[in-house]
Design a protein. Structure first.
Lengths: 303, 361
């Protein structure tokens, strides 16, 4: 069963009641909420995501609630709870969906240390994965969104889950978060892309989410071996300049952007070393998305 | 009492038969009690880890990565500590988690560590602090009252934090505050301590004293947020040290000698009640010396049996927060004579009010 199989009232009832057991990649999140706007956005962005049975095992138990403070009459807020405990400070109610997305990312990055987790977008073509590790503001999600609208498979736009046993990247296809100017860039770049409503004035500015491609969601169980590491850097005015970088630099960028490199000790070092050893590593400074996507196509076309 | 995490720790052999909803409750409880990695170690030692269903097993494996990293971090920290204190020639007695780790005890398996605790002779405190400051440890409490509070009335320095590694170190000169009603003699603890083989300058408390310190720490604590984790420590120490029968009379005699008969009584009682810790009947009878009077006994049962539960239980217990609050007050009551306590709480209350009215704070 997938989310789209539920009628709107059923979805609202499930969210308000026992919770929606949403499967994203290797995880099941049990989401509970009575916020009507959230129900609509989940229905849009997660339409093709599978649902788990009530008797199964959920990895994360989350709830989005309106805090019962006096403020709710003036400026309603939303609170993200993990295991019945507030995980973050409350935020304006209009940000409910971004809060859910950030919260679900946090659930993974704060707990799932069976993986080495790198802050990176990951896309796949002909069985091989391309990693885009980068700090926020580097144009990682924009490039990721550009690539998936041109047929690359989405593994994740935020969290590269590296399986220490196999070295493969475990897919976690979820909506792609776009910020500020990127929103208009993607609308212009792919007119058929499904974007949710823009939420203004968040901690990260204006935010809108791009619905993940159906094919990526259906193939979420297929892990991929990393073959390319591209270090993206947004540079206004630059077309797209691609140049190879030393593996050592790619290694450092992966380690610097990892959430839990410090927990994996020596085996984490070896895992990343093997990963860059098996990859072609590049730096991509870009200001033009079309040219940046072309550059990635060129990399992938090389034998 | 059907609490998933204590059932699982008591009987890990039964884990392969647990259903998905049971695993859900277990993982959540164990995580909230900081016992997920301990559960992983217990399941592994019982040989049942491979039979745990893949989804919950992933959480156990994730937790194990964290506990292994913690253990490595503690070893690194202790190495730095030893270097920092080398010039002083003062021996370092490791306490709690670090002690279990260096003693190679099962209690260290799958344990999480929040800081490192050490014990040094009171007379050496100033020299130790100076040496630590030279090597990058800085005090964490900058308020003059807090500094005086720790230095005059507490059994430890204000916690120190290393400026570059951000690790926290607690330097104790006793195991209870000098103002507490119970007076365990630190000199006796130091005298009975033992060297760690192959680790010059590092020492550990004697086995009985490790148990009694753990008990004193748990049952005098103002915050039982990790109470169940501490009880699991005690359970593990008792199971391990208690195998030779001669340990038990030694332990109860030592409890009396160190003026810790009361926390010792609680330790045996709640370990047995909650974790089925094996212990001979004569040990329980010997511990009766520390049994509180009937009214207090009932109250303590009501409080501890609540406060030691994991907070994530599925069934809300309305009295649990009250029990925790009461423990906070009790811990202070046991720690200071009434007049001093009244002054301390007044200062704290006034300060809170003051801080509340300062704009922009």
């Amino acid at each position: 069963m997938i989310v789209a199989d539920l009628r709107h009232e059923e979805l609202a009832r499930t969210l308000a009641g026992a919770g929606l057991r949403l499967r994203t990649g290797p995880f099941v999140s049990r989401i509970r909420s009575r916020l009507p706007a959230l129900c609509d956005t989940i229905a849009l962005h997660y339409a093709e995501h599978p649902l788990d049975d009530a008797g199964g095992f959920a990895d994360f138990h989350v709830r989005l609630t309106a805090p019962r403070s006096l403020r709710r009459w003036l400026r309603p807020q939303v609170l993200f709870e993990f295991d019945d405990t507030a995980a973050f400070h409350p935020l304006p109610a209009g940000q409910a969906f971004p809060v859910l997305e950030w919260g679900l990312n946090w659930c993974v990055s704060a707990h799932c240390h069976q993986y080495l987790i790198v802050h990176a977008a990951v896309v796949e073509k002909s069985g091989s994965a391309l990693l885009l590790p980068a700090p926020p503001g580097s144009g990682k999600s924009t490039l990721c969104a550009g690539l998936v609208t041109r047929g690359w498979r989405l593994l994740s736009d935020e969290l590269a889950l590296i399986d220490p046993a196999t070295g493969r990247i475990i897919p976690l296809p979820r909506p792609i978060g776009l910020k500020n100017a990127s929103i208009a860039v993607i609308r212009a770049f792919a007119s058929r892309a499904v974007l949710g409503a823009t939420v203004h004035d968040t901690a990260k500015g204006a935010v809108a989410h791009l619905k993940p491609p159906v094919d990526s969601v259906r193939r979420a169980a297929q892990a991929a071996m990393p073959r390319w590491v591209v270090l993206p850097r947004y540079e206004a005015g630059a077309g797209a300049r691609l140049k190879p970088v030393a593996r050592g630099r790619a290694f450092m960028q992966l380690a610097d952007n990892a959430f839990n490199y410090h927990l994996h000790g020596r085996s984490g070092f070896e895992l990343l070393a093997q990963l860059v050893e098996a990859c072609a590593c590049y730096e991509l400074a870009y200001g033009d998305l079309e040219q940046a996507v072309q550059a990635c196509e060129t990399i992938a076309a090389q034998p | 009492m059907n609490v998933a995490v204590t059932s699982a720790l008591r009987e890990p052999q039964a884990l392969p038969g647990w259903t998905s909803p049971q695993w859900e409750a277990l993982v959540r409880q164990a995580r909230s009690a900081n016992l997920l990695s301990r559960l992983a170690a217990v399941a592994e030692d019982a040989g049942v880890l491979p039979q745990v269903p893949a989804a919950p097993r992933a959480h156990l494996e994730a937790a194990r990565v964290v506990s292994q990293a913690h253990a490595e971090a503690v070893r690194r920290e202790v190495t730095q500590l030893r270097k920092a204190l080398a010039s002083t020639g003062i021996d370092i007695i490791l306490l709690k988690g670090a002690a279990y780790l260096y003693a190679g005890l099962p209690a260290a398996r799958g344990r999480l560590f929040s800081d490192v605790d050490i014990l040094v002779p009171g007379a050496a405190l100033a020299e130790v602090e100076a040496a630590l400051m030279q090597h990058g440890w800085a005090t964490t409490h900058h308020n003059a009252y807090d500094q005086r509070y720790y230095r005059r009335w507490m059994h430890e320095l204000p916690p120190l934090r290393h400026v570059s590694r951000q690790t926290v170190l607690d330097v104790h000169h006793a195991i209870l505050p000098p103002t507490a009603r119970l007076k365990p003699d630190s000199a006796k603890l130091l005298a009975a301590s033992r060297a760690v083989s192959g680790e010059p300058r590092l020492r550990l408390l004697a086995p009985a004293d490790l148990v009694l310190h753990s008990a004193a720490h748990l049952f005098f604590n103002e915050d039982l947020g990790s109470g169940l984790r501490d009880l699991v420590d005690l359970d593990s120490l008792l199971r391990d040290f208690g195998r030779p029968p001669e340990f038990w009379p030694e332990l109860s005699a030592r409890a009396v000698e160190l003026d810790l008969a009361r926390p010792f009584y609680y330790a045996l009682r709640y370990c047995r009640r909650m974790l089925d810790t094996p212990m001979p009947e004569h040990a329980l009878r010997a511990a009766e010396t520390g049994r509180p009077p009937l009214g207090l006994h009932r109250l303590m049962d009501a409080v501890f049996l609540r406060a030691l539960q994991p907070q994530q239980r599925g069934v809300p217990d309305r009295l649990a927060p009250l029990a925790r609050q009461w423990l906070y007050v009790r811990a202070h009551w046991l720690r200071m004579p009434p007049l001093l306590l009244a002054c301390h709480l007044t200062v704290k209350a006034l300060r809170r009010q003051e801080e509340g009215t300062v704009p922009g704070r």
